[in-house]
Design a binder for this molecule. Structure first.
Ligand code: NDP
Length: 252
């Protein structure tokens, strides 16, 4: 079981699947009101219904983190329904590997817009909530889902890795701004995890390479990452688990 999470209000991006969805479900089961953000409305509605059937409280908010107007509208919807937010999880992300010399600028742009700028847009939309919650003596958390790819170079994943290195660095930098105001920043760097993330790869060889890795080392589950989010955010507010690197034991 976790410390006290009940009564908190969370915004979770990437909540349509994978780690974001699992995190939403686990936090809701702990008594957290959860706003679910992603692009696929049906997925969010389905998850919200599941959470409510389990006795939780959830709000499905269709949003694209690559669009400022979409994020502004989502923030307005969250605020008008739930009021102040005290827990933000940036899990939205895309992974589109290809050799850099293929020059897939469309993929580079999409990864940068989603993984870096998208997270920044969400941070900007909810920073004043986190700061105000902390000033009121409540626990306030920003959790960024980065990747082991922020540290380990992997062929064909240069741009994805660069976006995750940027996110990890952003977490460190934000800690210098938010920490003194009692807002905690937790950066999680998972290894191979069984989600939909690899499903957007349009290169058969690289898709096969990823499948081979799953076969060779196994994978973590989304629920295992959600467990870490719940653990880190339920510590006493003066304790910051800054950096969680979590890999399947067999992953090199
Ligand atoms: P999923 O693909 O299952 O989840 C990604 C989520 O992001 C989806 O729910 C998707 O929903 C949402 N999303 C994508 N683009 C946007 C957008 N423009 N606006 C809003 N939401 C968006 O994969 P994971 O759960 O694995 O990914 C979660 C995070 O974990 C990502 O940041 C990923 O990089 C990171 N990660 C994953 C690892 C793994 O092995 N799986 C390892 C290390 C890190 P929708 O399409 O409906 O918008």
């Amino acid at each position: 079981s976790y410390g006290t999470l009940a009564g908190r209000t969370a915004v979770i991006t990437g909540a349509a699947s994978g780690m974001g969805a699992a995190t939403a479900r686990l936090l809701a089961a702990q008594g957290v009101r959860v706003a679910l953000l992603a692009r696929r409305a049906e997925r969010l509605e389905e998850l919200a219904a599941t959470i409510e059937a389990e006795g939780g409280e959830a709000l499905a908010v269709t949003a694209d983190v690559t669009g400022q107007a979409s994020v502004d509208a989502a923030a307005e919807r969250v605020h008008s329904t739930f009021g102040q937010v005290d827990l933000v999880v940036n899990a939205a992300g895309v992974m589109l590997p290809n050799p850099v010399d293929e020059g897939r600028t469309d993929e580079w742009q999409r990864m940068i817009d989603t993984n870096v700028t998208g997270a920044l847009r969400i941070i900007r939309a909810f920073t004043s909530d986190l700061v105000a919650a902390a000033a009121d003596g409540r626990t306030a958390d920003l959790v960024n889902i980065s990747s082991i790819g922020a540290h380990v170079a992997f062929p064909n994943y240069a741009v994805y890795g660069a976006t995750k290195a940027a996110l990890t660095h952003l977490s460190s930098s934000l800690r210098t701004e938010f920490g003194p105001r009692d807002v905690r920043v937790t950066n999680i760097e998972p290894g191979l995890t069984d989600t939909e993330l690899g499903g957007h790869i349009d290169n058969a060889e690289l898709s096969g390479q990823l499948d081979g890795m799953f076969d060779a080392v196994g994978a973590l589950s989304s629920e295992e990452i959600a467990d870490l989010v719940a653990y880190a955010t339920s510590r006493a507010r003066h304790i910051n688990l800054r950096q969680l690197v979590v890999l399947p034991t067999r992953q090199a």
